[in-house]
Every structure is written in structure tokens, then in C-alpha cells.
Design a protein around this ligand. Structure first.
Ligand code: HEC
Length: 306
């Protein structure tokens, strides 16, 4: 969420000075969605204009400061329009996976976001795939909280999105995800990664991945280029397992004796990799993980760089 940050912030957000930005994970999302929509929940605090002004013949409403400070909205809505997503449902088809980017901008209420007739099979709080929930019926969003929710459309019908705080739903926070409508397909945008496996399954490779992410990412990436040390993508193609074992056990020994290690050190501004104090078991796990990465074949951009 971004929003106006000068006083009075409350008035500014209540007047619509906000928006949503989706920051996608560099590697994409781990699922493949058929439909993606952004749903923003917000509150209106309105009263008839005391000066009785009109625009195009229609009466003007102005911000009601008393209701605003008491957090008593007149309308709570999705995407800025009272019952707008009932009149214009989000389009889907039976069997599809729908991904909603849900943001509650408030300014002052909490949303209990729910889609009747579905189960959120993935919820990524704040849009971060590391913050994953499975099998949720409702996601709780404080003011400015967001979540990506995904669900399958089991069969034809209209699935009702609500803020399950039903007082809020009764003020307009309601909408439909429906198979009964057609939309122009050309506007749809997709943000999927290719349908490849995204996590290793063999126990050793899983352990290696976790250990790599906690101990090695400071100096290495996988498929995203050189950091202090080389990109690990393709490392099992440029080095033998035996070489990797000896390297991970004692890089300082290798740097003293092995000509490939010496050449690598030169390419890295003579900054040597510190000995990581790894056990043989851990070393095996890292190597299994590197093999899994290279077997996927998708991130071999630097395979011939060394
Ligand atoms: C403080 C930074 C740093 C950390 C932490 C680090 N490395 Fe390195 N690593 C380097 C540097 C720098 C090089 C290359 C330069 C050299 O030492 O010759 C390197 C080289 C390597 C190589 C050889 C790559 C090739 O292309 O042949 C492997 C494999 C490797 N590191 C694995 C790991 C693993 C696994 C971890 C985590 C347990 C790790 N490194 C942690 C800095 C680091």
C-alpha cells in the first residue's frame, strides 16, 4: 500500500489518496494461476454537503469528520464502488485457479476477507510466498495489511466475496467471482513462473537448500549473478563432486594447491571464501541441492562463465 503521508493522514486516506503496488518475488510465484485480480477494501465516511452543492445535477457528499474519527464508516467497499463487484463480477471458469491480491487500506477497519464456497488453498500474507498458510477459509487483514489468496473454482456458479465482519459487508464490502459472465480476455495479464518444480523433494536436497539459504546467500546467488562469490547455477557442471567436496571441506587448502581454485580466487579480487566449518554430511547436502538446481536446467546462464 502506498498513501499520502502529510497531515491529516486519516482524512487523506479516507478521501482516496492511496493505491496498491504488487511486488512480485523475483522467481515468480510457486503456483500457476489462471486469473489474477486486485481487490482493495476501503471505507467511505460521507455526509450531504452542508452547502448543498451539486455536480451534474447530483447532490455532493463531503467527508464526515465526526464519523471518521469515531471509525463509523457510511460505506465499506471493494475497489472503490459500493456493490461494484456485484454489478461487475470478477470473471472465472470452473476448474480455474484464481489469485486475488487483497489489500485493506482502511483507514480504520479490519477486514475478515472470505470467499463463500471456496477454501483458500494458498494464502501468502503481505504477498510474500515465505508467509504461507494452507487451507484457510478467511484471512484477517488489519488496516494496511494485504494477502495474496488463491482458490480453485470447483464448479460453475457465483462465489461471493465478503468482509466476514458482516456489518462491513452490509455496507457494501461484497462482490462476486463468477462463471456466469464473460470479460474481454485481451486485458488479462499473467505473472506466472514456468510450470517447473520449485522445491526439491529429496530430503538431502531440501536440507541443502535450507542450509544454503541461511549460510551461503550472503555471498552467493543461484541464477541471479555474481555476488562476493560466484553464482552457484551450473556449479555441478563446471566442477566434479569430488572437487566440490574438497572445496567445501577446506577452501584454504584448495587455494594453496589447486590451480582451478587459484584461478577462481583471481577472478574474485583475491577475496578467499572463508572455511565454513561444514561436516561431511552437510557438504553432501549442499552438493545434492546444487545437482537438483542444475537438473532443472532453467538457470544455467552462468554455466560457462568460469
Ligand atoms: C563470506 C563470503 C562467502 C560465504 C559466506 C560463502 N562463500 Fe562460497 N565462495 C566465496 C568466494 C569469494 C568464492 C570464490 C573465491 C575464492 O575463494 O576462490 C566462493 C566459492 C565457492 C564455490 C566454488 C564455486 C565455483 O564456481 O567453483 C562453492 C561451491 C562455494 N563457494 C560454496 C559455498 C557454500 C555452500 C557456502 C555456504 C555454506 C558458501 N560458499 C559460503 C565466498 C563465500
Amino acid at each position: 500500500m502506498y498513501h499520502c503521508g502529510t497531515p491529516m493522514i486519516l482524512e487523506h486516506i479516507a478521501s482516496g489518496m492511496y493505491g496498491a503496488v504488487v511486488v512480485e518475488p523475483r522467481e515468480g510465484y510457486p503456483t500457476k494461476a489462471d486469473r489474477e485480480y486486485v481487490v482493495i477494501q476501503s471505507e467511505f465516511y460521507a455526509k450531504p454537503d452542508p452547502e448543498k452543492r451539486k455536480v451534474d445535477g447530483a447532490p455532493v457528499y463531503v467527508l464526515d469528520g465526526d464519523r471518521l474519527r469515531a471509525a463509523q464508516p457510511t460505506y465499506t467497499v471493494f475497489n472503490g464502488v459500493h456493490n461494484g463487484l456485484v454489478k461487475h463480477p470478477l470473471v472465472t471458469k470452473a476448474g480455474e485457479r484464481v489469485r486475488l491480491y487483497v489489500l485493506n487500506v482502511g483507514p480504520s477497519k479490519t477486514s475478515s476477507f472470505h470467499v463463500v464456497g471456496t477454501i483458500f488453498d494458498r494464502v501468502w500474507l503481505e504477498g510474500n510466498p515465505d508467509n504461507q498458510l494452507r487451507g484457510s477459509q478467511t484471512v484477517l487483514l488489519g488496516s494496511s495489511n494485504s494477502a495474496i489468496v488463491e482458490f480453485m473454482i470447483p464448479e460453475n456458479g457465483s462465489y461471493i466475496m465478503v468482509d466476514h465482519h458482516f456489518a462491513n459487508a452490509s455496507q457494501g464490502a461484497i462482490g462476486l467471482v463468477s462463471t456466469n459472465v464473460k470479460a474481454e480476455e485481451k486485458d488479462l495479464e499473467h505473472h506466472n513462473m514456468p510450470a517447473t518444480e520449485t522445491a526439491p523433494t529429496a530430503a538431502a536436497a531440501v536440507a541443502g537448500k535450507m542450509a544454503f539459504e541461511s549460510k551461503c546467500l550472503a555471498c552467493h546467488s543461484i541464477g541471479q549473478g555474481k555476488k562476493l562469490g560466484p553464482d552457484m547455477a551450473g556449479v555441478t557442471r563446471r566442477r566434479s563432486d569430488d572437487w566440490l567436496k574438497r572445496w567445501l571441506k577446506a577452501p584454504e587448502k584448495m587455494l594453496a594447491t589447486d590451480k582451478d581454485a587459484k584461478a577462481m580466487l583471481k577472478q574474485h579480487n583475491n577475496i578467499p571464501m572463508p572455511n565454513q566449518g561444514l561436516s561431511d554430511k552437510e557438504i553432501g547436502q549442499y552438493i545434492d541441492y546444487f545437482h537438483w538446481v542444475d537438473a532443472r536446467g532453467s538457470s544455467d546462464s552462468s554455466a560457462s562463465a568460469h
